[in-house]
Design a protein around this ligand. Structure first.
Ligand SMILES: [Zn+2]
Length: 332
């Protein structure tokens, strides 16, 4: 505990190894600590259905899968989750050399993937997967449970029990989602050796739109309400975790590669003729003077593949940007 508090303060004062400073540590009550770590644990601590921890002694547990042979147990972490206590073991494997997968992407062995709005993923092979609405299905149930809880007195037993139910429902949703993510990752990796995904900063996408004002001072729709719905399904989808952890992890195991691509311009250009076709967030269909007509997300997926394979999109600046630059220069 002391080590953790010390770490929190040094992150606040000095920052982490990159010098990035965290916020001021808040007080955390005993209920907000959910994990205990054992930085060193005996390699022979696991015996059938028992595990031995320093200080705690021998404890019965359920082993979900057998420990692989030839690996040494180094660390253990006990975590309290909504449905019980879990132990995570860190194993060391000295025998495996670090594999570097070196596959050259080509037109045939690669796939472009656009993630996000209408579809969870849309691919350059013209397929797309919609998101099952796990969270929204359970949302009504969750809302009912939460309002019932809020009517109970603070600190009462009934309230505590309802809190547990809410936590369990959240856990169920998270697990459904995770399993679905793994299934989709496998499906995508079956299709190609190199997957191009957009390097997306979800925090940017979740930022609020600037208010837009008309000439007579009235406020015009700025697309925020459409985006709010978007933000919600983003939180639901867990897309960043999928693209930055689950997919690369699965790819590594399969000896395949996930490459992040700068998505700049991939929604505003035509995948066939590469000309610029500006769209609002609400335009779901891409149709171009060259005859291209397809879903916006599929168009982006094809472009992401092209950018990944080395095509450069020339982005013309809007005239208003040029004006701004000129005026800045005159001020300087
Ligand atoms: Zn076109």
């Amino acid at each position: 505990m002391v080590k953790r508090v010390d770490l929190a303060f040094s992150r606040y004062i000095k920052g982490d190894k990159n010098g990035k400073r965290s916020g001021k540590p808040r007080f955390k009550g005993k209920n907000r600590y959910r994990t205990i770590g054992f930085p060193s644990i005996k390699p022979d601590c696991v015996n059938n259905n028992h595990i031995t921890f320093p200080k705690l002694g021998n404890i019965k547990f359920i082993q979900h899968r057998p420990l692989p042979d030839g690996l040494t147990i180094k660390r253990a972490l006990i975590t309290q989750k909504a449905d019980g206590l879990y132990v995570t073991l860190t194993l060391e494997d000295k025998s495996v050399p670090s594999l570097t997968v070196d596959i050259q992407p080509t037109e045939e062995n690669s796939l472009g993937i656009d993630s996000g709005l209408e579809f969870f993923v849309a691919c350059s092979d013209l397929t797309a997967v919609k998101l099952p609405k796990f969270y929204r299905q359970s949302e009504d149930k969750l809302a009912k449970l939460q309002s019932k809880r809020d009517r109970r007195k603070l600190g009462s037993k009934a309230r505590r029990k309802l809190n547990q139910k809410v936590a369990k429902l959240h856990q169920k949703i998270a697990r459904q989602r995770k399993q679905w993510h793994y299934e989709i990752a496998n499906q995508l990796l079956d299709k190609a050796d190199v997957l191009f995904v957009e390097d997306l900063k979800v925090s940017n996408m979740s930022r609020r739109n600037q208010p837009k004002q008309g000439e007579n001072g009235t406020f015009l729709p700025n697309g925020q309400s459409a985006k709010s719905g978007l933000n919600k399904s983003f939180a639901d989808a867990g897309i960043s975790g999928f693209l930055s952890e689950i997919l690369p992890g699965k790819a590594e195991k399969a000896g395949k590669k996930v490459v992040k691509v700068n998505p700049k311009g991939t929604s505003q250009h035509c995948a066939i003729c590469l000309n610029r076709v500006p769209k609002e967030l609400s335009d779901r269909w891409h149709s171009c003077a060259c005859g291209a007509s397809m879903s916006r997300d599929i168009n982006s997926a094809i472009l992401i593949k092209k950018v990944g394979l080395g095509v450069r999109l020339t982005i013309k600046r809007k005239s208003s940007d040029n004006k701004k630059r000129r005026s800045q220069r005159s001020v300087a």
